[in-house]
Design a protein around this ligand. Structure first.
Ligand SMILES: *Cc1c(COP(=O)(O)O)cnc(C)c1O
Length: 447
């Protein structure tokens, strides 16, 4: 009862914050009502002072009128940071996005003045870059896998190695997705060793397909065995079941020359005789969030006809950005065009040079240190690339990191050895000067 009497009036709260915000009065009133109702119900959560109440209201109002999605500089050293939006887009993809923002012929055949097909825009460029007969694109790879299973295996059996019944992250688990699709999971082999004959022995008239899943975010070592793609293709063909390969990231480029563990390329999987591959648009492809389903024409047509296709279809912005990204592979300019490949192919010497040039302008105690970047984003687990960072030792590195997070653009680093680290490999070279300016501004502010 005592606390209830201390509730401020809506009028008083609104009058206090209106001079501090550009938000319309109606927004201030609506948010004040919600907060006061909340405090009435949970008096313990009511701030102690009127100023603190106004601050809370101001935050709530700001969330409505200011964009919550803000530009950040990824200085974490994780190339594909899922929490920071994974692959940064190429300049060509950004231009394509902007050009597609207005009216476009997404489902319009300009030559004939008639209705067109949304999927045709990407088909040729995916055919050309992967060697697939046909392809469709959906919102993300999780959707690609779900749609593929629903269209090809609903009410039937899907054979999966126990080593492939994995959790990808964000709650995406292969056994759950199979159940959702209406297919029955038939697990074969063991966690560490599965043979081609395990798959063959499990095939029944109820079998729709065999599903391979890339072990994206972990690595198994030691007493392990997996059948080769060629062996699995032979089993699938002999028993006339389909073979679906969920490649996760998938790559169109061989990563071995950059000192990374060899990954099967998308085109290798298709060339080996896999019927359908699924992969993400925003991992090692380096494009927008998307899921690509590529493979045999007849099977892709079946998947495209499934009613869920309409719910999962990509928008024009995704189509535009993905087309521009894949175009770079067709043009053989991926290394120069696509940021993720610029990051992977940057030599440690080049990164050291940038780090030195940046550090030379910085106040003490900033200096450069050797470090290792990781790929992240469910690609190449455990693999690292030698890199260089600008580093600031600090008694409270968390507080220092928080200051850089508040900066606009936010700069997100990594804390290790009582210091804040900004890994130069994941910072776009055009942002080096932005980082330098921020360090100078925040050093002045805190010094
Ligand atoms: C990343 C990943 C997914 C999910 O892809 P999204 O594009 O993030 O939806 C599914 N399967 C595997 C093996 C993955 O690595």
């Amino acid at each position: 009862m005592n606390e209830r009497r201390q509730l401020p009036s809506i009028e008083r709260l609104v009058a206090a914050i209106q001079p501090l915000t550009t938000a319309p009065r109606a927004v201030c009133v609506a948010k004040a009502r919600l907060l006061v109702a909340d405090w009435r119900q949970h008096p313990a959560q009511m701030p102690a002072s009127f100023d603190a109440m106004c601050q809370q209201l101001h935050d709530a109002v700001t969330q409505v009128v200011a964009p919550s999605l803000r530009r950040v500089i990824n200085a974490t050293g994780v190339l594909l940071q899922t929490n920071l939006g994974r692959a940064p887009l190429s300049a060509a993809a950004v231009t394509a996005l902007r050009d597609a923002a207005g009216a476009v012929n997404i489902e319009y055949d300009i030559a004939h003045g008639s209705r067109g097909d949304r999927h045709r825009h990407l088909r040729s460029v995916i055919q050309q870059s992967t060697g697939a007969e046909s392809a469709i694109v959906v919102n993300n790879n999780a959707a690609a896998v779900l749609l593929t299973l629903m269209a090809l295996a609903q009410g039937r059996e899907v054979i999966v190695s126990r080593g492939h019944a994995v959790e990808i992250g964000g709650g995406f688990r292969i056994p759950d997705i199979l159940r959702q699709s209406g297919a029955t999971l038939v697990e074969v082999g063991t966690t560490n060793r599965t043979y081609a004959r395990d798959y063959a022995d499990a095939i029944t008239p109820q079998t729709a397909l065999m599903l391979r899943v890339h072990q994206s975010n972990f690595r198994m070592q030691g007493f392990v065995h997996e059948p080769s793609l060629a062996e699995l293709v032979a089993v699938a063909q002999q028993h006339q079941v389909l073979l679906v390969d969920n490649l996760g990231s998938g790559s169109l480029i061989d990563v071995a020359p950059f000192g990374l563990n060899p990954e099967p390329r998308i085109q290798d999987s298709l060339a080996a005789g896999v019927d359908v591959v699924c992969f993400s648009g925003d991992k090692l492809i380096g494009g927008p969030q998307a899921g690509i389903v590529a493979g045999r024409q007849r099977i892709i047509d079946t998947i495209a006809r499934h009613p869920l296709m309409r719910a999962l279809r990509p928008d024009k912005l995704t189509i535009a950005a993905l087309h521009a990204t894949l175009q770079s592979y067709v043009n053989e300019t991926a290394f120069t065009d696509i940021p993720i490949w610029q990051m992977i192919t940057a030599t440690p010497e080049h990164i050291a040079h940038r780090a030195q040039a940046l550090a030379a302008t910085l106040p003490a105690p900033w200096h450069i240190r050797a470090t290792h970047s990781t790929i992240g984003g469910g690609a190449l687990p455990g693999e690292t690339l030698s890199s260089w960072a600008v580093v600031c030792p600090h008694t409270h590195p968390d507080a220092l990191a928080a200051m850089f997070r508040q900066h606009d653009p936010a700069i997100i680093g990594r804390i290790a050895d009582d210091a804040l680290w900004f890994d130069m490999r994941t910072i776009a070279p055009c942002d080096d000067s932005v980082v330098a300016t921020a360090i100078h501004a925040l050093t002045r502010a805190s010094g």
